[in-house]
Design a protein around this ligand. Sequence first.
Ligand code: ADP
Ligand code: YYY
Length: 681
Amino acid sequence: MYKTAYLDLPPLRGAAGTVSLPGSKSISNRVLLLAGLSEGETLVHDLLDSDDTKVMIAALRELGCELHHRDDGVLSVIGLGGRLRQKQAQLFLGNAGTAMRPLTAALAVLAATQGGQFELSGVPRMHERPIGDLVDALRALGCPIDCLGQEGYPPLRLRGPAPLSLTAPVQVRGDVSSQFLTALLLALPLVAAGGVDGQAPRDIVIEVTGELISKPYVQITLDLLARFGVQVQRDADWQRFVIPAGSRYASPGVVHVEGDASSASYFVALGAIAADQAPVRIEGVGSSSVQGDVRFVEAAQAMGAAVTLGPNWLEVRRGAWPLRALDLDCNHIPDAAMTLAVMALYADGPTVLRNIASWRVKETDRIAAMATELRKLGAEVEEGPDWLRVFPLQHWQPAAIHTYDDHRVAMCFSLAAFNGLVPGRSEEAVPVRILDPQCVAKTFPDYFETLFSVVQARPQDIPVITIDGPTASGKGTLTDEVARALGYGVLDSGSLYRVTGLAAHRAGLDLNDGAAVAALVPTLDLRFEEGRVLLDEEDVSNELRQEATGLMASQVGAHPPVRQALHQLQLDFRRLPGLVADGRDMGTAIFPDASLKVFLTASAATRAERRFNQLISKGVPAKLDDLRADLEARDARDKTRSASPLQAAADAIELDNSAHSVEASKDLVLGWWQTKRPFPH
Ligand SMILES: Nc1ncnc2c1ncn2[C@@H]1O[C@H](COP(=O)(O)OP(=O)(O)O)[C@@H](O)[C@H]1O
Ligand SMILES: Nc1ccn([C@H]2C[C@H](O)[C@@H](COP(=O)(O)OP(=O)(O)O)O2)c(=O)n1
């Protein structure tokens, strides 16, 4: 996951390959709650690992359920069997509506029937998301509920015991959020079973007032209840639901969670926009999915996507291009429809998304958020209380997209990075900045990594920062820090020269024989893994850092054929989303087109002292005078060799960090970087 302040997406030009989707959030949290309320053990396969499922798991643990992650990735849940083990708890539920609503219903009923007191709270945005309709329904049933802040909003206190009146149907509004109905459907089997409060089993009738929105999500609830032994009857127009007397949660033993169909929408759109050669294959959802958002596929097809469907996979290619404009009632795909708003930028006319009022009460006011951020890209957008009209965009602007702590805003705006595919815009393509990219943790922590694994960019569009300079000036340290702040990859080019020197030495070659050493390079079996270097599968990272190896590196690096042999290997590090490259000739020879070049220096005395401290702290014996003599000799060789000598590129910014901390140097470089980027400050 990118834990950076922002993530810059370079212009992207194509897509192909296979993605496996993380588990569905809606199914994961429903399954967790049902397993938590059931008797005995449920083994949950392919559960989504995200913020929203983490809060549900933590809440269930607080309530006395036993949950543990097995080594094979399966989650074992041993449920309460409908009996409260903890009668008091304070549960923090983040911004997870799929945890707040059903837990409110279940705990209100459990507190009323078995006694107890529970407080449910979340992040500030959660306290702005209405829950009054559910609270009203539960209060009418007899559950004592206090709204601890504003009436009708979390945080809530649920109290008991209290007598429930179950003779009249339970009434709930269905026209704001279907999650209130889902919450009652998931919770009320607790009372249909009878017994817990000394009452006989009875039918529980739930009546929906107002037109029920988002029916497919309610269908998921009904399907999962059936998997857990509760067969709810519903009438044809989704207004009346009956949980039959005697219904009891029964664990099915094993549950497999489908891939997240809403998450699939980004990759379906990706295929429609950018898969003009080979398809994007999406594994985890398909024609047999129970999630309503698979119907996003139909909307994408209407816009031109060419889709092949299997039972649990999809393959998507570009069909019509530009995409075809759409006028659609999105009530059945509220979450996935946000993706259509960005696809609309690539369409042949204005696209209208209707019946999306529920967007206003999600993680953020999504209608306002989408309109604001689309406009930053340069788009013309009109909005109404429950609709959005987006016009196609020709003149794209580089924009820093605010994501409102809303995972879906972050994910769908990544599709704006394909603006170079708009006819006539190839050379004017602009990057897109996604602010706070880690908000995707809510449902898809590895979203951007997954995206990068199936998209292509032109190498020249992938930004590079070069950091060259003499030994022990702090290049490696600064490179790692800058790369971490930007989410970029790292090229420690010195390690390539070091490993070449080491391998040549081990092979008994004369290090002064440039041709022989260069011939060795293509035969090297090298792997780079999280900062480690493997030579013939042996981790040689520690040996590489020794001063003796540094000298070998300097020696072999003086030969033009060796430098030539390592050239392409270094270029191959230029991968999405960007690169910070550290060495001697990164800015002069390898990446002459780098957008920012830093030449890092420090006095010889400072550098010798840094190296000394570095070695001593690792328990390696060292002498300051010897180190200084060695580093000056190495600098001299690196500077005076004929091939790519150590020197600042003409357009490099020199930074003498003798008196700067690592943090201060990093901030300076990041400040320069901002001035090189096209985004508004
Ligand atoms: N700006 C700095 N101030 C103080 N110490 C630094 C600074 N930059 C790096 N160092 C320290 O100096 C040592 C050498 O840094 P390193 O990044 O390995 O240099 P290089 O890659 O240029 O050889 C490390 O122990 C590092 O922590
Ligand atoms: N791009 C590069 C990187 C390193 N070299 C050579 C010259 C250097 O003295 C050695 C070791 O480089 P490295 O960056 O690992 O060394 P320091 O960490 O700065 O001591 O390799 C090079 O010639 N070109």
